[in-house]
Design a protein around this ligand. Structure first.
Ligand SMILES: Cc1cc2nc3c(=O)[nH]c(=O)nc-3n(C[C@H](O)[C@H](O)[C@H](O)COP(=O)(O)O)c2cc1C
Ligand code: SF4
Length: 403
């Protein structure tokens, strides 16, 4: 399988400037200014660049949803909250190739007509701030940010870094906007979507760090290059943070369509018992499914791959994830606020061998209700791991159910 670039950040095989240039740094921005904003959005649509933050919504389509009225200032926000347990690919991009990310944002700003860009940086990544500010200062000095960028009259755009404070839910885009506006980070009601009314009431695009990082390459190499990598529904390469019971944890780049087994071989996790795809809100994949591919069509993940070795008790993992969700639920809606503690107690009773088959059925029903009725993605996905465990690891779970 062609690997576009070896990016195993953990072992220093990654060369900063080579990578930046390889992915179109500087050239892409110049190329973008020779194109109309509509042509750029079209190219991103043709590439079918799907958001790398988890949900996989096509970036070009989102950009195209902005209201046509250009009199209202537009804002571009980059979601660098990266709170999902097991995800650290955005940290790698921001540490190693911040230029690439900022170049993607600048091209995005030209395409959507934004003058203001904001990086919402995970609070725990505060140590990255200085390096990011230096990178922004260098770009300003080189005329790549600020007024009349690269001598293009009237194209003014600059980027501001704002820190989160450690709440997982603030990665949800509307909670993130609340937090940026200085309020408690709680998800907003939709409608309207942020593209219509976002930060400080302005039409706002929120995209993940990795989503923006692919934009220069798409412009420099063309949408056809990007579409030629991956699968029909999941184009391009994907950064994956592989952690857990593996010999070589790190950030890896693979084309979408890579199988779980290939990931395990690359990272030294061949004896895995199960893999969690998508982090705490993801699903537990049994070894029988390691031939399945990482893609939106098959096994989907925003970037987290957590490998569970043969000695792991899967119910311990479920308990750990549910404790996390009980802590992180913002408490705004009932299915999530009350459902997560009930699921957690259910898992604990399973571990004690006290959960009856009838109770297990009720817990599954509760999990599915939370998926349907919770207000935001946190409560809609927090039951995923538990439900997948009951579905796919029946014998392991059921032998603890008293008959
Ligand atoms: C609880 C929760 C946490 C989230 N955390 C993140 C995050 O840390 N980074 C991210 O890019 N998206 C996160 N998302 C998804 C965002 O709401 C949004 O879909 C994403 O930033 C859009 O960017 P993309 O289309 O480029 O993926 C989270 C969603 C939920 C429900
Ligand atoms: S699903 Fe959870 S995190 Fe989301 S709004 Fe409801 S209580 Fe808050």
């Amino acid at each position: 399988m062609e690997k576009v670039l070896t990016t195993h950040f953990a072992n220093e095989r990654y060369r900063r400037m080579d990578t930046y240039r390889q992915y179109g740094g500087y050239e892409a921005l110049k190329k973008a200014f020779a194109m109309t904003p509509e042509a750029i959005i079209d190219e991103v649509k043709k590439a079918n660049l799907r958001g790398r933050g988890g949900a996989g919504f096509p970036a070009g389509v989102k950009w195209g949803f902005l209201p046509k009225d250009l009199s209202r200032p537009r804002v571009l926000v980059i979601n660098a909250d990266e709170g999902e347990p097991g995800t650290f690919k955005d940290r790698a991009l921001l540490s190693v190739v911040p230029d690439l990310v900022f170049e993607g944002m600048t091209i995005g700003a030209w395409a959507i007509g934004a003058t203001r860009g904001v990086v919402y940086l995970r609070g725990e990544y505060v140590y990255l701030r200085e390096g990011l500010e230096d990178c922004l200062a260098r770009r300003r000095a080189a005329g790549l940010l600020g007024n009349d960028i690269l001598g293009t009259p009237g194209f003014d755009f600059d980027i501001d870094i704002r820190l989160g404070s450690g709440a997982y839910v603030c990665g949800e885009e509307t909670a993130l906007l609340e937090s940026l506006e200085g309020r408690r980070g709680e998800p907003r009601n939709r409608f309207p979507y942020p593209v219509v009314r976002g930060l400080d009431q302005a039409p706002t695009i929120v995209n993940n760090v990795e989503t923006f990082a692919w934009v220069p390459a798409i412009l420099a190499r063309g949408a056809a290059w990007f579409v030629g990598i991956g699968t029909p529904g999941s184009t391009g390469p994907k950064l994956l943070s592989i952690s857990g019971d593996v010999a070589r944890p790190g950030v890896y780049e693979f084309p979408f369509g890579v199988t779980i087994r290939e990931l395990l071989e690359a990272s030294g996790g061949e004896d895995a018992h199960a893999v969690v795809a998508g982090g705490a809100c993801g699903v537990c994949v049994p070894a029988a499914d390691f031939t399945r591919a990482i893609s939106y069509e098959e096994v989907s993940t925003g970037g987290a791959i957590i490998v569970l070795g043969p000695d792991r008790d899967l119910l311990d993992v479920a308990e750990n994830f549910l404790e996390f969700f009980v802590d992180e639920s913002c408490g705004q809606c009932t299915p999530c606020r009350l459902g997560n503690p009930v699921l957690l107690e259910g898992v604990r009773s399973l571990k004690r061998g006290e959960c009856t088959a009838e109770r297990l059925g009720e817990l599954q029903h509760l999990g599915r209700t939370m998926q349907d009725a919770s207000k935001c993605g946190l409560g809609q996905t927090s039951p995923n791991f538990f439900l997948s465990l009951v579905d796919r690891f029946g014998p392991e779970i059921l032998d603890r159910v008293p008959v």
